[in-house]
Design a binder for this molecule. Structure first.
Ligand code: GLC
Length: 542
């Protein structure tokens, strides 16, 4: 028999979390199976076929663990228990099996920075000053004059120090007072959390998204944070953003902890460690670690935080590409449960352009559930707000509820999410904007996302190919992705007005493979390419 020598494809040299597309599920809002108005694990299982049809490779679940739900699961009282709202450990095992049966991966949320104040560790810690777990949290005396230990504020508003009457000390909480921060300088804390990781990795999950990774270690001397330069600073307004958290976050010692987490991840084959980190690019990339011994993917939130402005985005992409360490794999995020949805932030018209950007940039994309059908932030009346960030700072209109509303599946009651009134309301148009409707409409966002995901799978150039910026102006950004003899040009009009792609040095010609307007597919383009407002093109270069 003739011996066929196959070259390993470029793609097979990459790992699943480099090739794949990640899909974030906010479990409370994906699918309710037991009619209580809150999503659950059996609900997710019943929708896995949809995710497979969409073509995503990996599902990340926001926390599903035991929790008093002060911060909707980001306040954990048992890291190894499933909250009954979501189901049981058997349900979880079934979900993991079903995800794997479909050739997909499952990531869990690890929340190591803080626990719930109802976690047995904290109950012990607060019971007395000489309790063996006292040092598991950050306790401190007040200043000599009785004042707070320092000026640090909670991300959710107000002081970050809570007075404990029984033991006459303050404890630190970067978020709610119901979320005391663990003391990561304590080796027992480190060991306990590494064992939590092992518990889930032993079960066979494929990795973690680590909550607020850059918060984990604080300045040992607890120095005051300086006011944010130029802010209309008033020491009485207690707004987190009015200070620069240089001493309460992103401390040099955090990298040692990340390295430890990575080492545990590496005790298992083929797992991934992702970090939630909101920092400027030059600091973000340090979380890859020395010689890549840090997080595999420090989440890159540039597309979430920057204004939707062509020069700014073009610059951020290039800056990020340039700042990545040699072996660091890029990634891009367009939405999550903490930020306004992309369709609300950049507008309905730009949502497809944003999808084209997310799914053709070099690096692992993360899709937030519902963005694939263009779900928008839902207007939640004041008296229905449940998010603590919204409730604590009512004047700032920063509740995260609008981006956490139930998935819109169909025109059935409650959009097919639940037979019961959902925990957050649906928009008035959910009978029109839903998965079922869009499945039947080839022009829909859903089909656009699905097509993009499948093109990404089909073409190594789009998936793992090189990235080269080509041309940007006040309206457009464009770049080439290339691998072997495949070359694609992506041209995106981030404005509502027509625009002209006119690179100065080179001329490009090819065929439109996919466009925000389907009618463009198959058209030949050459030299100066004219784009309509809100138009994006994926062009196969000849
Ligand atoms: C992260 C989570 C957010 C949560 C916070 C505190 O930023 O994404 O939802 O409120 O951490 O755990």
């Amino acid at each position: 028999m003739e011996q066929v020598i196959t070259q390993p494809s470029v793609r097979s040299q990459h790992l699943w979390w480099q090739n794949g597309v990640i899909y974030q599920i906010y479990p409370r809002s994906f699918q309710d199976s037991n009619g209580d108005g809150v999503g659950d694990l059996q609900g997710i299982i019943s929708r896995l076929d949809y995710l497979q049809w969409l073509g995503v490779d990996c599902v990340w679940l926001s926390p599903i663990f035991s929790s008093p739900m002060a911060d909707f699961g980001y306040d954990i009282s048992d890291y190894q228990g499933i909250h009954p709202l979501f189901g049981t450990m058997e349900d979880f095992d079934e979900l993991l099996g079903e995800v794997h049966n479909r050739g997909m991966k499952l990531l869990l949320d690890l929340v190591p920075n803080h626990t719930s104040d109802q976690h047995p560790w904290f109950l012990e810690s607060r019971s007395s000053k000489d309790n063996p777990k006292r040092d598991w949290y950050i306790w401190h005396d007040g200043k000599a004059d009785g004042g707070l230990p320092n000026n640090w504020l909670s991300v959710f508003g107000g002081h970050a120090w809570e007075w404990d009457e029984v033991t006459q000390q303050y404890y630190y909480h970067a978020f709610l007072k119901e979320q005391p921060d663990l003391n990561w300088r304590n080796p027992q804390v480190q060991e306990a959390m590494m064992n939590v990781m092992r518990f889930w990795l032993d079960k066979g999950i494929d990795g973690f998204r680590v909550d607020v990774m850059w918060h984990m270690i604080k300045d040992e001397q607890l120095r005051d944070n300086p006011p944010f330069p130029g802010s209309t600073f008033n020491p009485n307004d207690l707004i987190y953003d009015h200070y620069t958290p240089v001493y309460s976050t992103d401390q040099p010692e955090v990298h040692e902890i990340v390295r430890m987490m990575r080492a545990v991840t590496d005790e298992y084959d083929d797992r991934v460690l992702i970090g939630e980190i909101y920092l400027p690019i030059h600091k973000l990339v340090t979380y890859y670690g020395q010689d890549n011994n840090g997080a595999h993917l420090p989440f890159n939130f540039q597309l979430l935080t920057l204004p939707w402005d062509a020069p700014a985005i073009a610059m951020a992409i290039d800056e990020y590409e340039g700042a990545l360490p040699a072996e660091g794999w890029p990634n891009w995020v367009l939405g999550n449960h903490d930020k306004p949805r992309i369709s609300s932030r950049v507008g309905r018209e730009q949502a497809k352009v944003a999808a084209l950007l997310l799914l053709t940039l070099r690096g692992t994309p993360t899709i937030y559930y519902g963005d694939e059908i263009g779900m928008r932030d839902v207007a939640i009346p004041m008296n229905e707000i449940v998010d603590p960030q919204g409730l604590n700072m009512p004047d700032l209109n920063i509740s995260r509820d609008p981006a956490r509303t139930p998935m819109q599946w169909s025109g059935e009651i409650n959009a097919g999410f639940s037979t019961h009134k959902p925990w957050l309301r649906l928009p008035f148009n959910s009978g029109r904007v839903n998965v079922e409707k869009q499945k039947g409409d080839m022009y829909s966002k859903l089909h656009f996302y699905r097509k993009l995901i499948s093109l990404r799978k089909e073409h190594a150039a789009l998936n793992v190919g090189s990235y080269r910026p080509v041309y940007a102006d006040q309206q457009l950004i464009s770049y080439v992705r290339e691998s072997g003899n495949e070359r694609f040009l992506i041209v995106l009009n981030l404005s509502h007005r027509p625009a002209y792609f006119k690179p100065r040095q080179e001329s490009y010609s090819g065929t439109v493979i996919l466009g925000t307007e389907i009618e463009r597919i198959g058209m030949q383009v050459e030299d100066i390419i004219t784009l309509g407002g809100d138009e994006g093109l994926l062009i196969g270069l000849s």
